[in-house]
Design a binder for this molecule. Structure first.
Ligand SMILES: NC(=O)c1ccc[n+]([C@@H]2O[C@H](COP(=O)([O-])OP(=O)(O)OC[C@H]3O[C@@H](n4cnc5c(N)ncnc54)[C@H](OP(=O)(O)O)[C@@H]3O)[C@@H](O)[C@H]2O)c1
Length: 268
């Protein structure tokens, strides 16, 4: 087995929402499950035959070429592992590169920020790297990112902090919009199941359209406004009522929260 093609990969928190999704997507993309070691605190699950499960994060690190950190930020402070000379990829929100490098003893650290759509191979995953990360490391990161959907390397760690509350929230904001659409429809007498199917259909159809056309969403909005029909009336009324301001306020709150996720900075 060529480790450059199929690295031995350890996922700390491999039974979690994101850790499990990464493992499943990697295997779906061709990584043999035998190359995976996953850790958890509870009873090891049986959903990934061939992979190795452990409670020992140092043993996971010692048997892996690449270590992925996928525990919740408050659980990170309780974890001790030494990974000198290894590539460490963290998907944890709010934990800085410098902290991970210091606590793991490696200078090759990546912060990647997938979202919940990783589970269906449709995450957008931005990532950033320390200067010591090599070309081969980048290829490994891209393999992980591509297995989960799409993504970009961004130049600044601050970009990851901002995108945590943006693309990192995944389906949350479209789900919020869909909830408002459903509530309004039901309040006007539409059957709840019809309202739900209509709203979910909008989300799925919009995603597929943008995927197919690659169109800038701003151009789509402008085209609807220029059409001067029903949709234009809605867009103009929503914007006049503060739609853009409300979204910006939400993103500002998300950025503020992501800055407090580091356990050392956590507010009581
Ligand atoms: N969920 C998202 O949409 C999302 C998006 C972007 C980034 N993230 C980041 O991804 C990370 C994981 O989030 P998640 O949603 O996947 O959380 P999660 O579902 O709670 O999974 C975390 C896993 O970590 C395991 N764990 C905790 N301490 C451990 C330890 N000492 N050793 C081994 N395993 C340990 C837990 O195992 P047990 O169950 O056995 O206790 C749990 O299964 C977080 O840092 C989060 O910020 C999440």
């Amino acid at each position: 087995m060529d480790p450059r093609i199929d690295p031995r990969l350890g996922i700390v928190g491999g039974n979690g929402w994101i850790g499990g999704a990464l493992a499943r997507r990697l295997v779906a993309s061709g990584l043999p499950p035998e190359r995976l070691t996953l850790s958890c605190r509870g009873t090891p699950p049986d959903w990934l035959p061939g992979a190795t499960w452990t409670h020992d994060n140092q043993a996971l690190t010692d048997t892996s070429d690449v270590v992925v950190l996928s525990v919740r930020p408050p659980d990170w402070s309780a974890i001790t592992l030494a990974a000198p000379s290894k590539l460490v990829i963290s998907v944890m929100a709010g934990i800085p590169l410098a902290d991970i490098a210091e606590r793991t003893g490696t200078d090759r650290v990546v912060r990647a920020l997938p979202n919940a759509a990783a589970d269906v191979g449709a995450s957008y995953t931005p990532w950033c790297a320390t200067p010591a990360v090599t070309k081969a490391d980048r290829a490994t990161v891209r393999r992980l990112v591509d297995a989960c959907g799409t993504g970009d390397e961004v130049p600044r760690e601050a970009d990851i902090d901002y995108l945590t509350g943006h693309s990192g929230t995944g389906p949350a904001y479209p789900a919020l919009l869909a909830t408002a659409l459903i509530r309004d429809a039901v309040a006007r007498g539409i059957a709840a199941d019809v309202a739900r199917r209509a709203a979910v259909g909008i989300l799925i159809g919009t995603g597929r359209l943008f995927e197919k056309t690659g169109e800038d969403p701003a151009d789509t909005v402008a085209a609807f406004v220029d059409y001067r029909g029903v949709t234009a009336a809605a867009i103009l009324a929503m914007r006049a009522a503060g739609f853009d301001t409300v979204v910006a306020a939400g993103l500002a709150a998300a950025l503020e929260k992501s800055a407090t996720l580091h356990p050392a900075k956590e507010t009581p």
